[in-house]
Design a protein around this ligand. Structure first.
Ligand code: URA
Length: 194
């Protein structure tokens, strides 16, 4: 079965999920979007208002900034896959709870298993925490590392600030852009090491 068919099946199951308390309070499940054969998978936190309305990830202000940064490294949305650690919008855009992230993990795990990205780019501390627990994003941003994850094996991660946090913070915005522009070199290095 093609990766697209596998993801379609998974998305259908995801849409019917009611494992945590977020589903009754949101409009729709936001599974993820992009190239199912992508080498890079970006993982954010959870859908916001616009994402909840459209069913697509990163379509608000943070998404526009993300597109701008992708453009800076000559990539488009269609070249990558993007998903979130939580697939449903938390009320009033509050942080997802550890329990909600835990209950949503099997969906994200299966997405990664199907897509098999060479590089996972975590956006923000909630995404980083899922894969690299107990770290500080102020220390970890801009660092690429291999890390063993149950169900995935050894996987390369690159941790970045969240575009929404950096959007209106001049210093963080510059740092995020600088970190972002290192992505092509990191991907190149992964290819060389294979
Ligand atoms: N912020 C996220 O982390 N994910 C989205 O999909 C939108 C905003």
């Amino acid at each position: 079965m093609s990766k697209q068919s596998q993801l379609n099946q998974l998305n259908t199951k995801m849409s019917a999920c009611s494992l945590c308390a977020l589903r009754p309070g949101c409009t729709r499940v936001v599974p993820g979007a992009g190239d199912t054969n992508a080498k890079i998978m970006f993982i954010g936190e959870a859908p916001g208002k616009k994402e909840d309305e459209t069913g697509l990830p990163f379509v608000g202000a943070a998404g526009k900034f993300l597109d701008e940064m992708l453009g800076a490294i000559k990539l488009k949305r269609e070249d990558i896959y993007i998903a979130n650690v939580c697939k449903c919008r938390p009320p009033s855009n509050r942080d997802p709870s550890p329990e909600e992230v835990k209950l949503c993990w099997p969906w994200l795990l299966q997405q990664i298993q199907i897509i098999e990205p060479k590089l996972i780019v975590t956006l923000g501390r909630h995404s980083m925490e899922r894969f690299l627990p107990g770290q500080k994003i102020s220390e970890m941003h801009g660092h690429a590392m291999r890390h063993e994850i149950e169900g995935l094996g050894l996987q390369v991660f690159y941790t970045l600030y969240h575009p929404a946090a950096a959007l209106y913070n001049g210093g963080m915005r510059e740092t995020l852009l600088k970190d972002f522009k290192r992505i092509p070199k990191i991907l190149e290095k992964i290819k060389e090491e294979k």
